[in-house]
Design a protein around this ligand. Structure first.
Ligand SMILES: C[S@@+](CC[C@H](N)C(=O)[O-])C[C@H]1O[C@@H](n2cnc3c(N)ncnc32)[C@H](O)[C@@H]1O
Length: 234
């Protein structure tokens, strides 16, 4: 009676058919405003919409849980894919319900970035700073990923000034930790909508403000050589 679904990265064309069917059959559709906007056109007229913000999400999820326990078909819609930078919200849904809930994956902004920038998941690590709690282990992990010669796809943290860890902070942190200031970095914004891409060095990135809707790619300077069989001589 309740399921969390990934809405994709912004354009409704990236919502899965299964996700669209679940939304179309729901009695209650809940989520943050920006995410509900993505699926707005397919929410049934008779469905109750529960819009929440970071501040009131616990109270709003309690309403959704109540509807779920009353037997209503409830859908909580997540941005992109639930399984990248969505687990704290999932934990809040499960805490409100008092039990584990099902998830339906969506297409992540990280997948769109990998496709636009042609990077292979096998040689890439995904890290998000868009989360509550201690960011230090994730910062260390990013450093180790780069030191280990892997690409990194990174979601920055856009919150208040005290906590914010946006592309410029990430670039400054990496330089401070000894990564070459000339290391290339890419920042992609508003994927699948008003897309923009920026390519430069860590040193340049450390001076630039990007919007909240941005995702970073740091390619390793030592990409793996091909490991497929040698090409037949022409
Ligand atoms: C809480 S995280 C959720 C990520 C989502 N679960 C996913 O798989 O894409 C939200 C952040 O993801 C990044 N993001 C999400 N959609 C994006 C898009 N279409 N273009 C660029 N960045 C995006 C932004 O940094 C945004 O602040």
């Amino acid at each position: 009676m309740i399921i969390c679904i990934g809405a994709g990265p912004g354009d409704i064309g990236y919502l899965t058919q299964h996700g669209a069917r679940l939304i179309g059959e729901a009695d209650v559709v809940a989520g943050f405003e920006a995410v509900l906007e993505v699926v707005h056109s397919i929410i049934p007229a008779a469905a109750q919409t529960v819009t929440m913000t970071y501040r009131d999400q616990v109270a709003m999820l309690a309403q959704v849980a109540e509807a779920h326990h009353a037997g209503k078909r409830c859908v909580v819609v997540f941005m992109g894919d639930i399984h990248f930078s969505g687990f704290q919200y999932l934990e809040r849904v499960e805490r409100a319900c008092g039990h584990p809930v099902d998830t339906l994956p969506g297409i992540s902004s990280a997948q769109i970035l990998a496709s636009r920038a042609k990077v292979c998941f096998d040689e890439t690590t995904f890290i998000t700073f868009h989360r509550r709690g201690d960011l230090a282990p994730f910062k260390r992990h990013l450093l180790h990923v780069l030191q280990d010669g892997r690409n990194a796809i990174v979601i920055p943290c856009p919150w208040d000034a005290a906590r914010s860890f946006m592309p410029r902070h990430i670039a400054a942190y990496l330089i401070e930790q000894g990564i070459d200031p000339g290391q290339p970095i890419e920042v992609w914004e508003n994927l699948t909508r008003a897309e923009a891409e920026w390519h430069g060095t860590l040193a340049a990135c450390a001076q630039i403000e990007f919007s909240d809707m941005s995702i970073i790619l740091i390619r390793t300077p030592q990409p793996m050589a091909s490991q497929i069989e040698a090409a037949e001589p022409a």
